[in-house]
Design a protein around this ligand. Structure first.
Ligand code: DX5
Ligand code: ZN
Length: 228
């Protein structure tokens, strides 16, 4: 996983067919996905429940590239080893999930994964200013986490502030929520390089008709690259 700031599209399998995760992961990668974004929800930190480490381990063999695991759970620390053992390349925890995000990030790297920190829409960039040397990725939520298909919230000023805080460090800025060809240019121009998209990738396609996934991925990537 060499670091670069080129635009990467990370489809969220929250919008996939839950009875077909293996085939869905193979389909989106075949259609041009750079990373696979895996949304873990606990019904406590967010008002929805998805799945846990066993599902991540089951889909891992179906993903050739990066498995990007977004933990919307609290507490986080008791589950880090399980997600690392499940094969997560990146494990992202929310800064709002508990009082000890610093310890959580240490534990993620200690478990052998890349460490990500996510910020809810109401959390300012300054909340992670003292964590810059502890993270490999900062995820800026552009919806309130919990559900796919919500309206994009403009966090462009926060992305610019984070980009300045990062400086030359090899830290990705990921955008999660409401990304489509109309919103991708806003965040790409502000300095984001990883674009998560659920509904905007999976709409119109299926495992038996995956070509729309490719069309959707190419449309988001082209819109983002057009402003760089
Ligand atoms: C929201 C999740 C997102 C979500 C994005 O809580 O973290 O990854 O699946 O879905 P869209 O792209 O449909 O907003
Ligand atoms: Zn997510």
């Amino acid at each position: 996983m060499a670091f670069d700031r080129s635009i990467k599209i990370a489809p969220s399998i929250l919008s996939a067919d839950f009875a077909n995760f293996g085939a869905e992961c193979r389909a989106i990668e075949a259609e041009g996905a750079d990373w696979v974004h895996v949304d873990v929800m606990d019904g406590h930190f967010v008002p929805n429940i998805t799945f846990g480490p066993a599902t991540c381990a089951a889909i891992r063999p179906h993903i050739k590239g990066v498995m990007d695991v977004h933990l919307m759970i609290a507490p986080v620390d008791p589950y880090i080893d399980a997600f690392a053992k499940a094969g997560a390349d990146i494990i992202t925890a929310h800064v709002e999930a508990g009082p000890h995000i610093h310890r959580t990030l240490q534990a993620i790297r200690g478990a052998g994964a890349k460490a990500g920190v996510a910020l809810n829409p109401g959390t300012p960039a300054s909340a992670v200013a003292d964590l810059m040397d502890m993270v490999d990725l900062i995820c800026v939520m552009t919806v309130n986490p919990g559900f796919g298909g919500q309206k994009f919230l403009d966090m462009t000023a926060k992305v610019r502030a984070l980009r300045a805080l990062i400086g030359n460090r090899p830290v990705h800025i990921e955008i999660d929520g409401g990304v489509d060809p109309s919103t991708a240019p806003l965040v790409a121009a502000a300095g984001a390089d990883v674009l998560v998209a659920g509904s905007a990738v999976f709409r119109g396609g299926s495992v038996s008709n995956p070509a729309p996934y490719g069309d959707n991925i190419r449309a988001i990537r082209a819109a983002a690259n057009a402003v760089l």
